[in-house]
Ligand binder design. Sequence first.
Ligand SMILES: Nc1nc2c(c(=O)[nH]1)N[C@H]1C(S)=C(S)[C@@H](COP(=O)(O)O)O[C@H]1N2
Ligand SMILES: [Mo]
Length: 308
Amino acid sequence: MRYQPSLQLKDNDVTSEAAFLSRRQFISGAAGTMAAMSSAGAARASGQMSGLDRDLTPNSWDDITTYNNYYEFGLRKSDPATYAQALSIDPWSVRIDGEVERPGTYPLEDLIAQFDIEERIYRLRCVEAWSMVIPWDGFMLRDLLTFVGVKSSGRYVAFETALRPDEMIGLEMASLDWPYTEGLRLDEAMHPLTLMATGLYGKDLPKQNGAPMRLVVPWKYGFKSGKSITRIVVTKTQPNTAWSAVAPNEYGFYANVNPNVDHPRWSQASERVIGSGLFAKRRPTDMFNGYGADVASLYSGMDLAVHY
Ligand SMILES: Nc1nc2c(c(=O)[nH]1)N[C@H]1C(S)=C(S)[C@@H](COP(=O)(O)O)O[C@H]1N2
Ligand SMILES: [Mo]
């Protein structure tokens, strides 16, 4: 399939991450970044805990499947819905190796058969300051890690996602080092909120959302949640990740949702709620995307403005 309209950055569905990737040059200068963060952070430091609204009404199927970031398939939000359909997902296998007792290349259906699939309705907060509520179906990553057995030497988990030059029309457009890689600390990966999603609204996961299996880490910015995962490696040291490799001052390894630490180029204090219509609502962004009661203890003693 040919990529239809040429990329027009003025298209209103191209937002910050896409613009960044297409510029092929990065604003660096740690001094400027730190100054921007500390002034904006201090201005808001008082009184942001918004009283969680716990309003978890899911976005529509349409919102969730037509407004996507999956840069392997183009830079506009509407591109993955069209171009990801070229991805062949059957058969699919996942290589699991590194510091594990039972490394191997596991056929996906054999893996999925081992675990309980449950519905999890989670907020998704993109680093670009928009959000949705998504009803995933999936299993806990910790069940998979327990199934293959993590050795005591394991400290981190690295994820590699599909790289199919013949099927992915966007690889050339985006200046990330492919394949897309991500990573978590082992305790984050073992956290019961950390999900391997295989479905959406009780149906098979659409390709634009990361079929056949993608990660979901609801207290972190969306880019941590790699789509169409092909390899999981338990490592001894912190793995390199795609976004922090191209712009370490903009996209850190932790990427915990944090309204008090701005992105160097925009505020993270609030978010645009996708699907709220013409007069788009904004809501205040919650620390850890609202999951602080569950995960804040993972970071006790860490300065989250340094480990952003
Ligand atoms: N392989 C891959 N995974 C990816 C991305 C990507 O470009 N490639 N984009 C990430 C970003 S920036 C976000 S916000 C979420 C979006 O997930 P969704 O489209 O299912 O809402 O996927 C993440 N996973
Ligand atoms: Mo994102």
